[in-house]
Design a protein around this ligand. Structure first.
Ligand SMILES: [Zn+2]
Ligand SMILES: [Zn+2]
Length: 368
């Protein structure tokens, strides 16, 4: 989830084509390699119309990569798509989750609880926001959003100041309960990041769908992002790390000191994969030119850094929000845009191209 368009979003602008990633989920299942299927599941998020779930077939059943949102609509779509390849939920022995965003992990709760599916992630897989604190405060299985006290604890965690000292308005209790009700079980686990059954590290090899896959830890979009590469057929399951036409969101909240530099390093590694023949992204269509996409995405961020440096010349010392307003169109202003702006400002600070000070508890940056 959570991507920003490389150029201004085209949805709703008459005369402009819909981006691949915004297309509605097709009901058609396509075989993108022998025993490897692309299943599109419905999602509705800014800039995104579907998430690709890849099904990898072997003699024991299926492994799924990114089985969609926790909504009943997604669950039913998954069941219908599985039937097209002659399978049912109980045939899914493994679910790989590329990273800790709900459009990628949502479907695993019910697969695991009702059908015994094993959940495989990168070793760092966890939420950077709510989960760790909630687990400490409430215990991992006790969260109940119907309970007013729990609801207030969740909302107060969401109002914690950001790393740049801004305060945020949490969603209303009604909104939060609406999200929870999206859960296929009617509980509140939908937006909790699941516990993996097994984890892998960069360089590990795992066999799925009868193929050997090399695990690639690709932090940037999230700290726990995992790509899988089949070196025999040159297939890359790229998750949200490299998408065909949009640029994944790079946020400043999380355990990475310099998410943008980390993302650049993770991107450059994609160019070195030997014999890369097909990239299977989590949103949009399969593509081949990974080097071209990497250059486009890096170029997009370099343009943003230049915009910040120029804005700094006019602003003088500015808050994250004031830089955000120079960097994003007004319709995009908000927590995500501020977080992405902060990631860029911190990148410049670490490069020695900006200085950070505090004024009234808020970070202010001066670019040089
Ligand atoms: Zn996504
Ligand atoms: Zn994501």
């Amino acid at each position: 989830m959570t991507a920003t368009a490389t150029q201004p979003p085209s949805a709703g602008d008459p005369g402009r084509p819909v981006r691949q990633e915004q297309e509605e989920a097709s009901t058609e299942v396509t075989e993108v390699g022998p025993g490897l299927y692309r299943l599109q599941l419905p999602i509705s998020m800014p800039g995104l119309g579907h998430v690709n779930c890849y099904a990898l077939e072997d003699s024991d059943g299926l492994a799924l990569v990114d089985p969609g949102l926790p909504s009943i609509e997604s669950w039913q779509a998954l069941g219908e798509r599985l039937a097209q390849v002659g399978a049912r939920y109980e045939h899914v022995h493994t679910a790989v989750v590329t990273h800790s965003h709900p459009d990628h992990f949502g479907g695993v709760h019910r697969l695991r609880d009702d059908h015994g599916t094993q959940v495989l992630t990168h070793a760092d897989f966890r939420s950077v926001w709510v989960d760790a604190d909630l687990t400490d405060d409430l215990g991992s299985d006790q969260l109940d959003l119907a309970d007013d006290e729990h609801m207030e604890q969740v909302r107060s965690l969401m109002t914690r100041p950001t790393p740049w000292g801004a305060t945020r308005t949490p969603p209303s209790a009604t909104e939060l309960r609406k999200w929870a009700e999206m859960d296929t079980t009617g509980g509140s686990r939908s937006w909790r990041v699941p516990e993996p059954s097994a984890t892998i590290d960069d360089g590990d090899e795992v066999e799925l769908g009868g193929r050997p896959w090399l695990a690639l830890h690709t932090p940037g979009h999230t700290h726990d992002h995992l790509c899988l590469f089949d070196p025999v057929d040159g297939i890359l399951l790229s998750g949200d790390h490299v998408l065909p036409t949009i640029t994944p969101h790079i946020g400043g909240i999380g355990p990475l000191d310099d998410p943008l530099a980390t993302f650049f390093r993770s991107l450059e590694r994609m160019k070195e994969l030997p014999g890369l023949a097909a990239v299977l992204p989590a949103h949009g269509h399969p593509f081949t030119d990974v080097s071209g996409r990497v250059d486009d995405i890096v170029g997009h961020h370099e343009d943003r850094l230049e915009t910040i440096r120029e804005a700094g010349h006019n602003l003088g010392q500015g808050t994250v929000e004031s830089f955000m307003q120079r960097l994003f169109k007004e319709r995009s202003w908000g927590d995500m845009a501020a977080s992405e702006t902060y990631a860029h400002l911190e990148h410049l600070r670490i490069l020695g191209q900006a200085t950070r000070n505090e004024v009234a508890g808020q970070a202010v940056y001066l670019t040089h």
